[in-house]
Design a protein around this ligand. Structure first.
Ligand code: FES
Ligand code: FES
Length: 171
Protein backbone atom coordinates (compact mmCIF):
# COMPACT_ATOMS: atom_id res chain seq x y z
CA UNK A 1 0.00 0.00 0.00
CA UNK A 2 1.23 3.48 -0.85
CA UNK A 3 2.30 5.23 2.34
CA UNK A 4 3.27 8.64 0.97
CA UNK A 5 1.54 10.85 -1.54
CA UNK A 6 3.10 13.62 -3.63
CA UNK A 7 1.39 16.98 -3.30
CA UNK A 8 2.07 20.43 -4.71
CA UNK A 9 1.24 23.65 -3.00
CA UNK A 10 1.73 27.27 -3.85
CA UNK A 11 3.00 28.24 -0.43
CA UNK A 12 3.32 31.96 0.26
CA UNK A 13 3.71 32.51 -3.46
CA UNK A 14 6.32 29.80 -3.95
CA UNK A 15 5.77 26.47 -5.71
CA UNK A 16 6.56 23.67 -3.25
CA UNK A 17 6.39 19.90 -3.49
CA UNK A 18 6.06 17.43 -0.63
CA UNK A 19 5.56 13.75 -0.04
CA UNK A 20 3.24 13.17 2.85
CA UNK A 21 1.48 10.35 4.60
CA UNK A 22 -2.28 10.48 4.23
CA UNK A 23 -2.81 11.32 7.91
CA UNK A 24 -0.54 14.41 8.03
CA UNK A 25 -2.49 17.58 8.74
CA UNK A 26 -1.82 20.78 6.88
CA UNK A 27 -0.69 22.28 10.19
CA UNK A 28 1.95 19.60 10.73
CA UNK A 29 3.09 19.86 7.14
CA UNK A 30 3.57 23.61 7.49
CA UNK A 31 5.41 23.42 10.79
CA UNK A 32 7.39 20.20 10.47
CA UNK A 33 7.98 19.75 6.74
CA UNK A 34 7.87 23.27 5.29
CA UNK A 35 9.71 24.95 8.16
CA UNK A 36 6.96 27.54 8.62
CA UNK A 37 6.57 27.60 12.37
CA UNK A 38 4.70 30.91 12.47
CA UNK A 39 1.46 28.96 12.35
CA UNK A 40 0.82 27.73 15.88
CA UNK A 41 -0.61 24.52 17.30
CA UNK A 42 -2.88 25.32 20.22
CA UNK A 43 -5.56 22.72 20.75
CA UNK A 44 -5.07 20.59 17.59
CA UNK A 45 -8.86 20.09 17.69
CA UNK A 46 -10.38 23.08 15.87
CA UNK A 47 -11.18 24.93 19.08
CA UNK A 48 -8.70 27.79 19.35
CA UNK A 49 -7.87 29.23 15.92
CA UNK A 50 -4.12 29.42 16.59
CA UNK A 51 -3.52 27.38 13.43
CA UNK A 52 -5.57 29.58 11.09
CA UNK A 53 -4.12 29.95 7.59
CA UNK A 54 -5.55 31.02 4.24
CA UNK A 55 -6.30 28.48 1.54
CA UNK A 56 -7.29 30.15 -1.70
CA UNK A 57 -7.86 33.31 0.35
CA UNK A 58 -10.31 31.60 2.74
CA UNK A 59 -9.41 31.13 6.37
CA UNK A 60 -9.34 27.60 7.71
CA UNK A 61 -8.10 25.78 10.79
CA UNK A 62 -5.08 23.96 9.42
CA UNK A 63 -5.26 21.36 12.22
CA UNK A 64 -8.59 20.17 10.83
CA UNK A 65 -7.57 19.50 7.25
CA UNK A 66 -5.27 16.88 5.81
CA UNK A 67 -2.40 18.08 3.68
CA UNK A 68 -3.33 15.69 0.85
CA UNK A 69 -6.75 17.36 0.66
CA UNK A 70 -5.08 20.65 -0.23
CA UNK A 71 -3.05 19.35 -3.17
CA UNK A 72 -2.81 22.10 -5.81
CA UNK A 73 -4.00 24.86 -3.49
CA UNK A 74 -2.63 28.30 -2.77
CA UNK A 75 -1.76 28.48 0.93
CA UNK A 76 -0.81 31.64 2.78
CA UNK A 77 0.59 31.62 6.30
CA UNK A 78 1.56 34.50 8.56
CA UNK A 79 5.02 34.41 6.96
CA UNK A 80 3.42 35.31 3.63
CA UNK A 81 1.40 38.34 4.73
CA UNK A 82 4.13 40.97 4.51
CA UNK A 83 5.29 42.31 1.17
CA UNK A 84 9.05 42.02 1.60
CA UNK A 85 10.00 44.47 4.35
CA UNK A 86 6.57 46.10 4.17
CA UNK A 87 4.29 44.71 6.84
CA UNK A 88 0.69 43.90 6.00
CA UNK A 89 -1.54 46.76 7.24
CA UNK A 90 -3.01 44.39 9.85
CA UNK A 91 0.44 43.52 11.16
CA UNK A 92 1.27 47.21 11.45
CA UNK A 93 -2.04 47.92 13.19
CA UNK A 94 -1.46 45.06 15.67
CA UNK A 95 1.84 46.67 16.63
CA UNK A 96 0.39 50.16 16.89
CA UNK A 97 -2.57 49.07 18.98
CA UNK A 98 -0.74 46.66 21.26
CA UNK A 99 -2.93 43.83 20.03
CA UNK A 100 -0.94 40.98 21.55
CA UNK A 101 0.84 39.96 24.70
CA UNK A 102 2.54 36.55 24.46
CA UNK A 103 1.88 36.49 20.71
CA UNK A 104 0.93 32.82 20.52
CA UNK A 105 -2.50 33.50 19.03
CA UNK A 106 -1.31 36.36 16.85
CA UNK A 107 -0.47 34.52 13.59
CA UNK A 108 -3.91 32.93 13.67
CA UNK A 109 -5.58 36.23 14.54
CA UNK A 110 -3.83 37.94 11.62
CA UNK A 111 -4.68 35.26 9.07
CA UNK A 112 -8.24 35.12 10.36
CA UNK A 113 -8.58 38.89 10.04
CA UNK A 114 -7.30 38.78 6.45
CA UNK A 115 -9.87 36.05 5.75
CA UNK A 116 -12.55 38.13 7.42
CA UNK A 117 -11.75 41.06 5.15
CA UNK A 118 -11.80 38.80 2.08
CA UNK A 119 -15.25 37.55 3.09
CA UNK A 120 -16.65 41.08 3.19
CA UNK A 121 -19.34 40.19 5.74
CA UNK A 122 -18.38 42.27 8.77
CA UNK A 123 -19.81 45.79 8.83
CA UNK A 124 -19.71 46.63 12.54
CA UNK A 125 -17.58 46.16 15.63
CA UNK A 126 -19.98 43.51 16.92
CA UNK A 127 -19.79 41.61 13.64
CA UNK A 128 -16.00 41.72 13.75
CA UNK A 129 -16.10 40.32 17.29
CA UNK A 130 -18.57 37.61 16.30
CA UNK A 131 -16.76 36.60 13.12
CA UNK A 132 -13.38 36.53 14.88
CA UNK A 133 -14.76 34.56 17.83
CA UNK A 134 -13.12 31.34 16.64
CA UNK A 135 -9.73 32.83 17.47
CA UNK A 136 -9.08 32.57 21.18
CA UNK A 137 -6.59 34.79 22.99
CA UNK A 138 -5.61 33.49 26.41
CA UNK A 139 -3.90 36.78 27.21
CA UNK A 140 -7.13 38.67 26.67
CA UNK A 141 -5.74 41.02 24.04
CA UNK A 142 -9.17 41.29 22.45
CA UNK A 143 -9.66 45.06 22.86
CA UNK A 144 -6.46 45.80 20.93
CA UNK A 145 -7.23 43.14 18.33
CA UNK A 146 -10.69 44.60 17.71
CA UNK A 147 -9.32 48.14 17.42
CA UNK A 148 -6.57 47.01 15.02
CA UNK A 149 -8.86 44.96 12.78
CA UNK A 150 -11.65 47.53 12.68
CA UNK A 151 -9.22 50.35 11.94
CA UNK A 152 -7.83 48.53 8.90
CA UNK A 153 -11.38 47.73 7.80
CA UNK A 154 -12.44 51.35 8.17
CA UNK A 155 -14.97 50.65 10.92
CA UNK A 156 -15.02 53.12 13.79
CA UNK A 157 -14.36 51.46 17.14
CA UNK A 158 -13.71 52.77 20.59
CA UNK A 159 -10.70 51.46 22.48
CA UNK A 160 -12.26 50.21 25.71
CA UNK A 161 -8.98 49.79 27.55
CA UNK A 162 -8.44 52.07 30.48
CA UNK A 163 -5.01 53.36 31.37
CA UNK A 164 -3.52 51.71 34.42
CA UNK A 165 -2.83 54.11 37.23
CA UNK A 166 -0.08 53.01 39.61
CA UNK A 167 -1.41 52.33 43.09
CA UNK A 168 -4.88 51.43 41.90
CA UNK A 169 -6.46 48.11 41.06
CA UNK A 170 -7.92 48.16 37.52
CA UNK A 171 -11.69 47.57 37.62
S1 FES B 1 -4.72 24.28 16.84
FE1 FES B 1 -6.18 24.33 15.25
S2 FES B 1 -7.94 25.25 16.13
FE2 FES B 1 -6.53 25.02 17.79
S1 FES C 1 -1.49 37.30 22.86
FE1 FES C 1 -1.19 35.59 24.18
S2 FES C 1 -2.72 34.20 23.54
FE2 FES C 1 -3.19 36.02 22.45
Amino acid sequence: MQSRYPIRLRLNGEAREFEVEAWVTLLDLLRERAGLTGTKKGCDHGQCGACTVLVGGRRINSCLTLAVMQDGQEVTTVEGLADGEQLHPLQQAFIEHDAFQCGYCTPGQLCSAVGLMNEGQARSVDQVRELMSGNICRCGAYPGIVVAVTEVMGIAAQDERRPYEPGTVPA
